[in-house]
Design a protein around this ligand. Structure first.
Ligand SMILES: [Zn+2]
Length: 277
């Protein structure tokens, strides 16, 4: 029988009412809009099942969420999406070189900024020069709409010493504390450099722990059921993480990252300075 899970502090108190459960789901910053829809459907179905005997809440939730793409139950995809797992960053994927981040190898030729040359061409006589004080000189700052947690790509033109050429080689580094992946990208000219970096992180990667999950695992935070069986049904190749299937039980990655690592982090390779000689 499916029922909502009381948090440890609530074990002694009466169970969460339906409105309290709905409020908790809305207030949970980990819950995205599609998962919220799933959690609310299950909460509604659990509430319904209290009044109607013999009704399976998950079957009701599945029916209530309807179908998508003509015939597939929306519920099936949303449950599979909630399977707890580690999702590596986009840059760690096997990208086509044109979509990969710029090479982060050291700049091969020193960058020399060119002096600013003022425009010497005189303004043609038929162009009227605007001297209207009412025209604002400065445009307002542009507003950028980006997803939460977005960090702008490295701008190699402003970063001294970075190559910035289109990338071809990818080296993955695993964090020795969290198992999380960082991707390093290098261009064709930095193939040797990429090989050196790969060799440097090899041992660290081999010893890295199973990555701490960073997505899913929210259904078990709110409802009690054999979720392992449910996830496996909708995502057959899924394996439960060793950290548990409930997102509430996972170690806080921020705290893990704050601790100094036992292994050396990727050192910056400065080379010999003779590459161009
Ligand atoms: Zn490069």
């Amino acid at each position: 029988m499916l029922r909502s899970v009381p948090s440890p502090a609530e074990e002694q108190r009466p169970k969460r009412s339906f409105p309290e459960l709905v409020a908790a789901i809305y207030e949970d910053p980990r819950v995205g809009h599609e998962t919220r829809e799933l959690l609310l459907a299950v909460a509604y179905a659990v509430d319904l099942a209290k009044r109607e005997d013999g009704v399976s809440p998950l079957k009701v939730a599945r029916r209530k969420l309807g179908v998508e793409h003509g015939r597939q139950a929306r519920y099936d995809r949303l449950v599979a999406d909630d399977a707890p797992r580690y999702k590596p960053p986009r840059e760690a994927a096997d990208w086509h070189p044109s979509a990969a981040p710029a090479c982060e190898g050291p700049r091969l030729r020193p960058y020399r900024p060119r002096a600013y040359k003022p425009r010497t061409q005189p303004t043609p006589p038929d162009v009227s020069v605007l001297r209207d004080e009412a025209i604002p000189r400065r445009l307002p700052a542009p507003i950028l709409h980006v997803p939460v947690g977005y960090t702008p790509p490295r701008d190699w033109r402003t970063e001294d010493g970075v190559c910035g050429a289109p990338s071809h080689h990818r080296v993955l580094e695993k964090d020795p504390r969290t198992g999380w992946i960082t991707a390093h990208w290098f261009c064709k000219r930095h193939k040797d450099h990429a090989d050196r970096v790969a060799e440097q992180v090899r041992e660290q990667n081999e010893q890295a722990p199973e990555p701490v999950p960073n997505t899913g695992g929210l259904l078990p935070c709110y409802f009690k059921a054999d979720w392992e069986k449910v996830y496996r049904h909708y995502l057959p190749r899924w394996q439960p993480p060793k950290y548990g299937i409930c997102a509430d039980d996972w170690p806080a990655v921020d705290e893990m990252m704050a601790r100094p690592s036992r292994h050396s982090r990727l050192r910056v390779i400065v080379g010999t300075g003779l590459e161009d000689a």
